[in-house]
Design a protein around this ligand. Sequence first.
Ligand code: FES
Length: 108
Amino acid sequence: MVKVTFVSSKGTRREVEVAEGETAREAALFNDVPGIDGDCGGVCACATCHVHVDPAWIDKVGRLADDSMESDLLQFAEGTSEYSRLACQIPIMPELDGLVLHVPEQQY
Ligand code: FES
């Protein structure tokens, strides 16, 4: 299992354990982490799983690729940053043990 910490917009930290190969979206939804909706089922079609990767982790997770479906979708998300990613596009692998993701105040 891999540990992932979600930090709410108010600073509340919630550490969950995720099976390798699940996505950060699944990590949030399976553990009732508030603020991640993931309405499209994780197929990169809604942008309601927006998170800000903690700066300390962005190189391991990888930055948003230009000219990607994920990039196109995030144009419609509120309050994006250089650390924005869609949680459904972040597969959780052992090297991400301890990953910290910041949940935006709202998804719409
Ligand atoms: S769950 Fe819809 S884009 Fe991630």
